[in-house]
Ligand binder design. Structure first.
Ligand code: UDP
Ligand code: MG
Length: 321
């Protein structure tokens, strides 16, 4: 029953929250180890995503102070998703299960117990799902819900109100390692892994220090990224739209022939210029969407590495080997 748990935490400029986060995670992990729920070889793995502040110094210091803390340093800033993947892939060969969470501990860490319990009951993937968003600002809540609805409409299946707070078993991590895509959107990929999965609910709190690294601009590009890297539905919608417009233009043709036969005045400049703009806009829009996919093919064919590790803090404490 003594499985190794790795808690993977991506950090980008998180010097303001790290000491407190580390304290709380250490407490949690010590409690789990003390209760015999997880192995004493369990770790908190901080991934430094090319921070410009003292984040890595703090991680190194924590590692020196307590054997429960481990760290991985990326060669540069690669964004939340890639940093998370780097952490999970580093944990993969060392753990039986890994839980990912944000450095600001907005996700209630007490849900960890329930996640581990579900893992022990035989689940490979446990999604942390927000039971309510009362503590978020109205704007954040509104944009986040619009995000899920848009994703769903565009054919990207994700778990509602689930961010990147989840448990993955070693088997699920090995599965994840086989998804070789460069355009990484973990929330969409994890459900594709399959195996037994379940959901654990928790309340999401506020960031206790520092500021959000996800302003609206990043949220929008994240949504775009998610949709175009998971599904080709947008292309289908464009095709459908093109077809409908074609039908409308046929009806317009019939209509103008009838008007002409009746001797009514021909349609004016306004309607012509309107259609020119409408068609022009649609053509550009379609080209944009197609370009989006071609851009993805371009990036995938390059097969660039998704992350490079500068350094991994190995365990110097405890084990003799
Ligand atoms: N993060 C990261 N790289 C980035 C941006 C963010 O590793 O380029 C991390 C960040 O340190 C935090 C997590 O991703 O642990 C989520 O970021 P944040 O809390 O700012 O997002 P929000 O909760 O506001 O959506
Ligand atoms: Mg946050």
């Amino acid at each position: 029953m003594n499985e190794i748990l790795y808690i993977v935490v991506p950090c980008y400029n998180e010097e303001a929250v790290l000491p407190e986060t580390a304290r709380r995670l250490r407490e949690k992990l010590e409690a789990l180890i003390g209760a015999g729920t997880v192995s004493p070889d369990s770790r908190v793995l901080f991934v430094n995503d090319g921070s410009k502040d003292k984040t890595w110094e703090i991680i190194t210091r924590l590692h020196g102070e307590c054997s429960l803390f481990s760290g991985a340093d990326l060669s540069r800033n690669r964004g939340h998703q890639n940093a998370l993947l780097a952490g999970l892939m580093t944990a993969k060969d060392r753990c039986d299960m890994a839980i990912s969470m944000d450095a600001d501990l907005q996700d209630d860490i007490d849900a960890v117990d329930a996640m581990v319990a579900q893992f022990q009951a035989g689940c490979d993937i446990v999604y942390g799902v927000r039971s309510s968003r009362k503590k978020d600002t109205f704007f954040k809540r509104f944009t986040a819900e619009a995000f899920y609805r848009l994703m769903h409409f565009m054919g990207a299946e994700t778990v509602f109100n689930h961010a990147d707070y989840r448990l993955l078993s070693r088997r699920a991590l090995e599965g994840l390692a086989q998804f070789r895509e460069v355009n990484l959107f973990l929330r969409g990929i994890v459900p594709m892994i399959g195996y037994t999965s379940t959901v654990v609910e928790y309340e999401r709190g506020e960031r206790f220090a520092g500021e959000s690294k996800y302003p609206l601009k990043k949220m929008l590009s994240f949504a775009m990224e998610g949709i175009t890297s998971l599904s080709v539905k947008p292309i289908r919608y464009i095709t459908l739209l093109g077809f409908l417009i074609f039908l409308v233009s046929l009806l317009m043709l019939v209509y103008s022939v009838v008007r002409w036969a009746r001797g009514a005045t021909i349609l004016g400049w306004a309607s012509v210029i309107c259609s020119v703009w409408a068609i022009g806009g649609l053509v550009l829009l379609s080209l944009g969407v197609i370009g989006e996919y071609i851009g993805k093919i371009y990036l995938e064919t390059k097969g660039r590495p998704r992350f490079l590790l500068r350094e991994v803090l190995e365990d110097t404490h405890g084990k003799a080997d």
